[in-house]
Design a protein around this ligand. Structure first.
Ligand code: ADP
Ligand code: ZN
Ligand code: ZN
Length: 737
């Protein structure tokens, strides 16, 4: 009699056995109804076999197999299993997270309730009370795990659970959300942009010699796995190379998966791909899509109707059964790594998926991650370089402007203002880049040193002068601007430092005739706002853009000829060993916005440390020198990519609980052998967040297999460690420690 192993959406790291007489191997990847405790759940059949892994007498029968959708591709199930094993996350949750909503449930009820989320009272109640109310506990835990309970999930609740839900709302533990707040507000719908497309792509563009060489190398070996690192300076024509390789792969009848960091921000790329391949259906995938659209795109990728999937991180799980190529553009970008829930790296999974399918994967960047760069140096990846810009426009001229702390009034030094004025007089556009929104990052009392702390986080409240609010950028807490110091009552409070709003104000005073547009998360909230703003930048209705990293990525603004970078120094002080890498990438990226279509662009970086080696490397456009120096440092200190990390994070209302838990976890490593260093538990860099104290424990090994062997044994023992009042999670290959 056949038995099935089923992935069920529960936080347990195992598959569940059921007997299923009518099931065959063709049903692997289908959904199946199964009894689970006293509930009936929907799972996904992962394996079919002749024997169960527990006593056959204890195995319960499965219910119906749902064959309303074709089964998930076997290779995708393998990818999901790998993801679960590598990131040590329960398989059922990994599988279900990859499915669109309509496949996760089996019946539809009329829409009525609004999604709900946990309040801070609910958070406290869950940790401190409710020990004798298991049903309420489990409901609140579910909401906490998923961040919210969607309308769809609410519809699935049984009547008793709905009663609990109403009670929880009554107690103020859960709060209903407006439907509108659930979808990310800044997302730009792709369709909105396609209609406004002005730049139709000429399909017959000839590649230059370097592009040609890169393209041919990949195409010549396109029927086997290779990981290609396409290292090309900004504007070197990497995208053209991807497009030409895609062309060949699509001609062979295969599908292409194209991953980008943030698809909502860069619809130009999507347009460009659509324009190049008008005959091949393209769908997008990212986590902020409306559920109906997501379901439809998923189904098209699954059926093969969509030949191209362009998506953000989560698209790595697109159910494509006929994949011939994966492209990861801007592979160094940290948004490929999910920072909560299942903490996977879409870039790393892309390499795994390509190897498993024996197809090529292209990782492209102007500033590759040191992991990828080292892999290329070591010969595991094949490196292709595009050291020149594709157009006749040279790379921008980067100059440092030294300032001392007081020297820059309102954020901008006089020479920077002069340079901006000159460009505007020549009818060119200027981008002023500062990676901090708001007016000033802190409001300070000169008498006692009070500086607007957030009561829930180890952070300061940022002054948002336009809205007259103080806002925490970490937990979202807001309050009105205090009229006097919270400690000593002094009424003379000063904004210290500067953010986009203050820079905008300074520029309005210094250059009253200039047309200024501020681009940050505060100004781009509406659904199509960003698309409209981008259009008006392109029409040259704007002289000066003041913006955050929203503006640094992949945009082509033809009239932009000067980029001024303020406040980059901040990252030089960071304690994170990785801080230099993203700073270099970001400066290179934002510098690449200058002068893409017209004459040579210029970049001014305002800094207290103009001679810093990092800035000198940016000036010289010397990624290789910079990367090699950093790699040498990492080699000497045994840091990644020369070792591998996993971090166990714990958070609790009290630091001592989080640390005590981690100390027990250290204790649990006794007896596990392996060449692994377990560091002492310490407070997290951001110690307090959303009212919870956070601590972490770093595990490091020179060998990835040894690290994982260690983690496997350790995690089994951790189920015995008492973790009440503590929430914990494991982060494999963390980007920040
Ligand atoms: P990247 O992806 O490396 O930033 P793109 O592919 O976007 O570079 O190319 C940068 C610019 O150069 C684009 O405007 C593109 O149209 C142009 N370009 C690319 N390849 C060529 C080429 N072979 N000849 C002329 N222009 C090119
Ligand atoms: Zn004071
Ligand atoms: Zn806060």
């Amino acid at each position: 009699m056949p038995y099935v192993k089923v992935a069920i959406d529960v936080p347990v790291a195992t598959l569940f056995d059921y007997c299923a007489p009518h099931v065959t191997a063709a049903d692997i990847g289908c959904r199946v109804r199964v009894p689970f405790g006293r509930k009936r759940l929907l799972g996904v059949i992962m394996e079919v076999g002749a024997t169960p892994s527990l006593d056959p007498a204890k195995v319960r029968p499965a219910g119906d197999v749902l064959r309303d959708a074709p089964p998930l591709p076997l290779a995708l199930l393998e990818l999901l299993s790998f993801c679960s094993a590598y990131y040590h996350h329960p398989i059922g949750e990994v599988v279900h997270a990859s499915l669109p909503g309509w496949l996760r449930i089996e019946r539809k009820a009329p829409a009525s309730s609004r999604p709900v989320t946990l309040t801070s009272d609910g958070d406290v109640a869950l940790d401190q009370a409710l020990h004798r109310a298991p049903a309420m506990r489990s409901l609140l835990t579910r909401v906490r795990t998923f961040g919210l309970l969607s309308e769809q999930r609410i519809r699935e609740l049984r009547p008793a659970e709905r009663r609990l839900l109403r009670q929880a709302i009554g107690h103020g533990w859960l709060t209903p959300l407006d439907a509108g707040t659930v979808q990310a507000p800044s997302t730009v719908l792709p369709s909105a942009d396609c209609t406004s497309s002005a730049t139709a792509e000429k399909p017959d563009r000839r590649l230059n010699a370097e592009q040609q060489r890169a393209m041919q190398a990949i195409v010549a070996d396109a029927s086997t796995f290779h990981c290609w690192l396409l290292h090309g300076v900004t504007g070197s024509g990497k995208t053209e190379v991807y497009l030409e390789v895609m062309h060949r792969v699509l001609d062979n009848g295969k599908q292409v998966l194209f991953l980008v960091p943030e698809i909502g921000l860069t619809p130009q790329l999507e347009q460009r791909i659509r324009a190049r391949f008008p005959k091949h259906a393209l769908v997008t995938m990212h986590s902020n899509m409306a559920s109906g659209q997501r379901a439809s795109h998923w189904a098209q990728a699954h059926s093969g109707a969509a030949r191209i999937v362009v998506g953000a991180r989560s698209a790595i799980f697109a159910p494509m059964g006929n994949l011939g190529l994966i492209v990861v553009d801007e592979e160094h970008d940290s948004s490929f790594k999910q920072m909560d829930g299942i903490r996977y790296s879409a870039r790393d999974l892309a390499v795994w998926r390509a190897r498993q399918l024996n197809v090529p994967v292209i990782l492209g960047s102007a500033t590759p991650s040191l992991e990828s760069y080292q892999a290329a140096l070591a010969g595991r990846y094949r490196k292709l370089a595009l050291p020149q810009r594709a157009t006749s426009i040279p790379l921008p001229d980067v100059r440092m402007i030294g300032v001392n702390r007081e020297g820059s009034r309102g954020g901008l030094g006089p020479s920077v203002i002069d340079a901006i004025r000159q460009r505007i007089e020549r009818s060119e556009q200027v981008l002023v880049f500062i990676n901090r929104r708001g007016y000033a990052p802190v409001l300070i009392c000169g008498d006692c040193g009070w500086c607007s702390p957030c009561h829930r986080c180890s952070a300061r409240l940022v002054l948002h002068k336009n809205r007259q609010r103080m806002a925490c950028h970490h937990c979202g807490h807001e309050e009105i601007v205090p009229v006097a110091c919270g400690e000593c009552g002094n009424a003379d409070l000063h904004p210290l430092g500067y953010g986009t709003q203050r820079v905008e104000a300074t520029l309005r005073t210094a250059l009253p005739a200039a047309r200024i547009m501020r681009v940050d998360r505060d100004t781009t909230r509406g659904r199509n706002t960003w698309a409209e703003m981008r259009a008006s930048i392109t029409r040259h209705d704007v002289d000066i853009l003041v913006g955050t990293q929203l503006l640094s990525k992949g945009h082509d603004f033809p009239n932009l000829s000067l980029v001024c970078v303020l406040n980059a120094d901040q990252s030089l002080y960071s304690t994170d060993f990785r801080a230099a890498e993203p700073l270099f990438a970001q400066l290179t990226q934002v510098a690449g916005r200058a002068g893409r279509a017209q004459g040579r662009g210029a970049v001014l970086i305002q800094s207290e440390f103009p001679m810093h080696p990092l800035y000198r490397a940016v000036q010289a456009h010397d990624y290789d020198g910079f990367a090699q120096a950093l790699l040498e440092e990492r080699r000497q200190t045994d840091l990644p990519p020369f070792s591998h990390h996993a971090v166990l994070r714990a958070e609790a209302l009290q630091m001592e609980h989080a640390l005590a838990f981690l100390h027990q976890c250290v204790h649990a490593t006794k007896g596990i052998t392996g060449d692994v260093i377990v560091f002492d538990p310490i407070a997290a860099p951001m110690q307090r967040l959303k009212g919870r104290e956070r601590a972490q424990l770093l595990v490091q090994s020179k060998s990835r297999p040894l690290l994982h062997a260690f983690l496997d044994q350790w995690l089994k023992k951790l189920t015995d460690v008492r973790a009440n009042r503590v929430r914990w999670s494991l982060d494999v290959d963390p980007l920040a420690i």
